[in-house]
Design a protein around this ligand. Structure first.
Ligand code: ADP
Length: 259
């Protein structure tokens, strides 16, 4: 049941009257659950063929490298990049439906965050040669967190920086230790975000509606998932951006206490 209206109280502050509208949303909720189940089922079914597709593309890639067939190496690394994108998309759908069903569990471990960042950049630069992606500085900091999920957040932020920037632009990653918290930032020189959109950016399915951005495809769930993951780690996520100049996305996490 969803209610909008006003509750009137007596002198003892006890509710005595309600005036407003009550809407039965059972059907709507059931629709959402069915939609969620469907998305989860389709995503789950797509996972297995995509995993083997990736393995075949990698196999062909290493054969092409052995044969020194530059053209094939190039095409296959682009194909692998596209398969990775699809994998990330499917993972986001599965995570979204798990999150809605309250089934996201963190599997925490202590690990060096700078190593994870380096690993991700290495993987991204293998398949994306069109941007200048680099770490400008990164302190060696350990965190007690879910490595895979934090990796997903970093991947989302770097993926967006690439997606929403013209080719040839820089993407700069930095991680600092500030007051026992790790602060990671991903800066791009891309399209930027209009002021009026900033407050809703981390909402589910939110996408900026500008003419330029309309042509770039997406579902508006990456930042929502990233913010849910960071919040569950007692962290914060935020953005600074200027339309036409670029954006910097930040997140911070508690650093592991030194023993
Ligand atoms: P998607 O990219 O699939 O639409 P996200 O949740 O990752 O979903 O991002 C939500 C929206 O935020 C995007 O549609 C885009 O309008 C905006 N956005 C995210 N990252 C950037 C960025 N680095 N530069 C400009 N706009 C961005």
């Amino acid at each position: 049941m969803r209610a909008t209206g006003r509750i009137y109280r007596d002198k003892e502050n006890i509710p005595v009257r309600f005036s407003g509208i009550l809407i039965d949303i059972t059907e709507h909720k059931q629709d959402e659950i069915r939609k969620n189940d469907f998305i989860a089922m389709v995503s789950h079914e797509l996972k297995t063929p995509l995993t083997s597709l990736k393995a075949y593309v990698q196999l062909l890639g290493s054969k092409a490298r052995q044969n020194k067939d530059e053209a094939a190496v190039n095409s296959l690394s682009k194909a692998e990049g596209q398969v990775n994108k699809m994998n990330n998309m499917i993972r986001s759908f599965l995570d979204l439906s798990r999150l809605e069903a309250g089934k996201i569990n963190l599997e925490k471990q202590v690990f060096p965050l700078d190593e994870l960042i380096e690993e991700i950049i290495e993987e991204v630069t293998l398949t994306d040669k069109s941007h200048n992606i680099s770490i400008s500085e990164c302190a060696s900091i350990e965190v007690d967190a879910d490595r895979e999920k934090i990796g997903q957040v970093i991947n989302n932020l770097i993926g967006n920086a690439i997606k929403y920037s013209p080719q040839g632009k820089i993407v700069e990653i930095r991680c600092l230790l500030i007051d026992q918290r790790v602060q990671v930032s991903v800066r791009d020189e891309g399209l930027g975000i209009p002021k009026e959109d900033l407050a809703m950016l981390f909402d589910r399915f939110y996408r900026v509606e500008s003419r330029k951005l309309k042509t770039i495809s997406g579902f508006g769930i990456g930042l929502y998932l990233s913010s849910e993951i960071i919040k569950r780690h007692n962290g914060q996520i935020w953005v600074e951006s200027e339309e036409g100049k670029g954006s910097t996305f930040y997140f911070s996490l508690p650093a592991k206490e030194p023993v």
